[in-house]
Design a protein around this ligand. Structure first.
Ligand code: BGC
Length: 740
């Protein structure tokens, strides 16, 4: 038993850490080393014999999906006291957006554009999970995705590499704290490395074909940021990338991750993704799969057992170098030391604050408030004024459903702890207003209209209608992609029915992705997009609707009008024939038997144009923000210098509100074509009514760097345009030049 021996060693001293690891390694047999590289699934509250035996034999380095505390402590006891070398276990769990206190889904959190609240949210998730013996989460997911059909967009931080890098890093810091050894810190896992978000057709697990230049300029950037944020681990993706499955992809795992980025954490495969390389048709059998994975650089195998079954033979046959195994095991052991597991492998819940405590709930509520995006607000129907109303109707299958509002990837949350819109609105306004609740339809997918009459009646006898519609939680997340992303079931029809009453309609959407709302935007007055907002979704939405809070979320992903526009994202290329309002003809304006014409020779869809329904970065508030007087500190800068770009932000509205001010840049001429806009900075600014503030960003020429056609990271001299505004289509711009 080695735990005692390492008790007094300094895990913060790089030298002594390396010594401890190599001392331990020197005592390990090959079977024990392979054991450290193997992760087995727990059974949820009990320990099957095969698992206990494997742990005793030193054949398990990690378990996942065990959160019953007594069981976790017993698993650790078996490892520490009954295995020859007493090496504690890593215990992994998908704590994706909360443990018991459920935060908004990650895509919702990303809509906050607020690294501070994201970090705080990750921290409380870590603390709660750690109290159940979890020491490793498989988050954040930082796959760039530009396809809302893909169910896993819910778990992502959206379409933009810069936003995703900043927010993903904030999440990592929250999970890992200032020190992994600190009480409540758990190891993070940057996933899924890499390219998974580009699954063809938005169909999960599908192949991804991404040119190297796009990999480097878009998909890899958040992962590089995760390395810089000290993410303890990485996870390989399920997909094959340009023909090579990520779990056997040495370009990704070795050349990029180890050689170029000098990453020293470890890489775990995704669930059975090593054996699945044979299903991909990349390897012939499990042994070959193990060989490809280990030689590519997958340090730990999740769930399947190709390492345990084949690595010893592969080493004996000289196909796998023992030195490679030693390096991999060292990385795993190093994390165990850094987490303080050798000093204390057990979890004592008394060392942790209560689950779902008041401060955790407040953080979850703040995250939900900041995540909601006010997409439209015709006639300023929101916020509702209690004093000006007698009654409101609350309609929809998601208005009172604590389960569905938690969203995808919730293993440990409990609907009993969720506060729904109905409860929260009653609590906030029930004593002053009559609340007429009608579900309208049983579920978001329900096919009948038998509840419509009751819902219309509720609307008729109320001054204003709030409809809470959207998707159930199972409609997004892993393996839950959709080909049509309209409001499912009879929900559009329900809106139509309610619209006939002529009452003002506030539509609240709970969903795991952008939905195509083109057919409903004109039928409703306000749209508050709340994603799946988690435990405190109801109180957050109630506060926003009644103006206790002002909305401040901004879209982290473009909202298409129609599925056929996908992929649609703001950082698109210009093409040789860019569309414009003039060039974009509409199908309905073209006469029958139209002749061949050169009209509209531009890049657009005849039936959908070229614009999204709502652009990236869009989001309204109860303030009225205006941007004026954009200036640059200089007109020319040399490579290596910085420039300041500033704007005056004015709130001419009648109440205090927060605005996310966004900075975009375009590099006009590049060695490879450059996006028409790229986000380079953002700031949350709170202004009182009538207040004016100068908001300034500093941009270094390194911030303008991109990978050129030779895959070199360069900043090219030349002309740049720069915009500051409240979304990616904001018009206020300036220019500057970069010279040698
Ligand atoms: C998912 C991962 C997850 C893992 C462990 C896989 O199916 O792709 O994101 O972390 O399971 O649950």
């Amino acid at each position: 038993m080695h735990s005692i021996k390492f008790l007094h060693q300094d895990i913060h001293d790089e030298g002594s850490l390396k010594n401890m690891v190599s001392e331990l390694l020197s005592q390990m047999g090959l079977d024990e080393k392979i054991g450290q590289m193997s992760q087995l699934c727990g059974s949820g509250g009990w320990i099957p014999d095969h698992l206990a035996d494997a742990i005793r034999a030193g054949r398990v380095g990690s378990v996942l999906n065990e959160v019953d505390l007594d069981t976790v402590n017993e698993l650790q006891r078996l490892a520490v006291e009954e295995s020859r070398l007493g090496i504690p276990l890593l215990n992994g769990r998908d704590v994706i957006h909360g443990f018991k206190t459920i935060l908004p889904i990650p895509l919702g959190q990303a809509a906050s554009w607020d690294p501070t609240i994201i970090s705080e949210g990750a921290r409380i998730s870590a603390v709660e999970a750690a109290s159940a013996g979890v020491n490793w989460t498989f988050a954040p997911m930082i796959d760039i995705t530009r396809d809302p059909r893909w169910g896993r967009i819910a778990e992502s931080l959206g379409e933009d590499p810069y936003l995703c890098s900043v927010l993903g890093s904030a999440m990592i810091k929250g999970f890992q704290g200032a020190d992994l050894d600190e009480n409540g810190s758990i190891a993070a896992c940057a996933k899924h490395f890499a390219g998974y978000g580009a699954a063809e057709g938005g169909r999960d697990y599908n192949t991804a074909n991404i040119p190297e230049n796009e990999m480097r300029n878009v998909h890899l950037r958040p992962f590089k940021a995760a390395v810089d944020a000290d993410a303890a681990t990485f996870m390989s993706a399920f997909c094959d990338l340009n023909g090579v499955p990520a779990s056997g992809n040495s370009w990704l795992m070795d050349q990029i991750l180890r050689q170029e980025w000098e990453y020293d954490g470890f890489v775990v495969s995704d669930w059975e993704s090593i054996v699945e390389m044979t299903v991909h048709g990349f390897t012939g059998d499990d042994e070959q799969a193990a060989l490809e994975a280990v030689n590519a650089g997958i340090d730990m195998e999740m769930a399947s057992s190709t390492y345990r079954d084949h690595l010893e033979n592969l080493v004996a046959a000289g196909k796998v170098d023992l030195k490679q195994i030693d390096k991999m095991v060292s990385r795993i052991l190093e994390l165990k030391f850094k987490l303080g597991l050798f000093r204390d492998p057990y979890t004592n819940p008394e060392n942790y604050p209560e689950l779902l405590n008041e401060s955790h709930l407040q953080i979850a509520k703040e995250a939900a408030v900041k995540s909601c995006v006010l997409l439209q607000n015709k006639n300023r129907v929101l916020p509702l004024k209690k004093t000006a109303l007698n009654s409101v109707a609350l309609i929809g299958p998601l208005a009172d459903d604590g389960y569905e509002q938690m969203g995808t990837w919730v293993f440990d949350g409990d609907e009993a702890n969720s506060i729904s819109c109905l409860s929260a609105i009653k609590e906030l306004a029930g004593s002053e207003l009559e609340i007429n609740y009608a579900k309208g339809i049983e579920s978001t997918r329900y096919k009948d209209q038998d509840g419509f009459a009751e819902a219309v009646q509720a609307a008729e006898k109320s001054d204003t209608v709030i409809m809470v519609l959207g998707e159930e939680s199972f409609m997004s997340g892993e393996a839950h992609s959709r080909a049509n992303i309209d409001l499912p079931g009879q929900q559009e029809e329900l809106i139509n029915a309610i619209a006939t009453t002529g009452k003002p309609i506030v539509l609240v959407v709970l969903a795991g992705r952008p939905l195509t709302l083109d057919k409903v935007v004109d039928k409703v007055d306000a749209i508050l997009y709340a994603w799946h907002p988690g435990t405190m979704g109801g109180p957050a939405i109630a506060d926003l609707i009644f103006g206790v809070e002002s909305p401040s979320g901004k879209l982290p992903v473009t909202f298409p009008k129609a599925v056929g526009q996908i992929p649609i994202y703001y950082a698109t290329k210009n093409t040789g024939r860019p569309p414009s309002d003039e060039s974009c003809i509409q199908m309905d304006d073209v006469p029958a038997r139209a002749p061949q014409t050169s009209l509209g020779m531009a890049s657009f869809h005849l039936d959908a144009g070229y614009k999204p329904l709502f652009p990236f970065g869009h989001g309204l508030s109860y303030g009225e923000f205006h941007y004026v007087k954009i200036t640059t500190s200089r007109s020319h800068i040399a490579l290596g210098e910085s420039i300041d770009i500033a704007v005056d932000l004015i709130n001419t509205g009648e109440r205090q509100a927060e605005e996310v001010v966004q900075l975009y840049v375009r590099d006009l001429v590049g060695n490879v074509t450059r996006p028409i806009k790229e986000l380079k900075g953002f700031k949350r600014i709170k202004l009182n009514p009538g207040q004016r503030e100068r908001v300034s960003f500093s941009l270094h020429t390194d911030d303008l760097a991109f990978y050129d056609r030779n895959m070199q990271l360069i900043t090219e001299p030349g002309q740049f345009h720069v915009w500051i505004g409240g979304n990616s289509e904001a018009p206020l711009w300036a220019e500057f030049e970069v010279h040698e």
